[in-house]
Ligand binder design. Sequence first.
Ligand SMILES: C[S@@+](CC[C@H](N)C(=O)[O-])C[C@H]1O[C@@H](n2cnc3c(N)ncnc32)[C@H](O)[C@@H]1O
Length: 257
Amino acid sequence: MPDREVDWPAYLARFHAERPGVVEDVLSRSLRSDHNPYRWLARAVSADAATVVDLASGSGPVARELALPGRTVVGLDLSAAELGLARRRGAGPLVRADARTLPFRDGSVDVVTSALGLVVVQPLAAVLSEVARVLRPGGVLAAIAPAVRPLAASDLRRLGQLNARLRGWPRFPGPVELTGFRRTLAEHGLQAVEDKRERYRYTVATPDDAWLLLSALYLPLTPQSRVAAAVDHLCDVAERRGPVEIAIPVRRLVAIK
Ligand SMILES: C[S@@+](CC[C@H](N)C(=O)[O-])C[C@H]1O[C@@H](n2cnc3c(N)ncnc32)[C@H](O)[C@@H]1O
């Protein structure tokens, strides 16, 4: 169900104008063995994909991860601040546009990627309809999205303690778990070929680590005092017991037109 309590377009515009790059800064430090979720997403893209569009590209982590000689990766986002940072961090070409009305010709793109974009840009059906339009036949949609599993019992305890300080979970404009995704894809002529989950971990050793993590979460209804209480809690645990691992479950979805 869409979240009707929050003016999401206004919240997202302000969040990304004030904190460009913060999502990348957290996810790029979220590790599973030797890699982060952006590298995992990039692994779903075939080496011969010549034209890639990254939707809701933010500060450009996916575009940079996918850069190859002979390949064009276009980063597309609504936020001027995110795109400005993407440019400074070396991503390009970049387009300021709405993911619900893509400025590309029908059938002109080999691969569309998105890191978290499918739970942010709503309604999802409008995005998928545009993705299906711009992909060539046989083209691929590869996306990563937040997930609620896999989580160990200790992860649930730790997240429960944070939740108690925040008095609420982080939210997204769309459902955190994309349900019925296979059917929604099929309705747009896209066939799901992969749906995998992995647990990444973000380590909090210092107050800066804790602040960075909390500032990357969408918490539109949470007062700053509760965010500060969550940071204090993490710092307290890190001081008493050493670095704290926060589980970040991620889902990777791949579909073919
Ligand atoms: C959670 S961030 C993810 C950014 C980037 N993919 C990353 O992983 O760092 C979501 C991004 O969606 C962008 N966004 C929100 N609504 C959008 C829309 N309608 N069209 C294009 N981008 C949008 C925001 O500006 C923001 O950069």
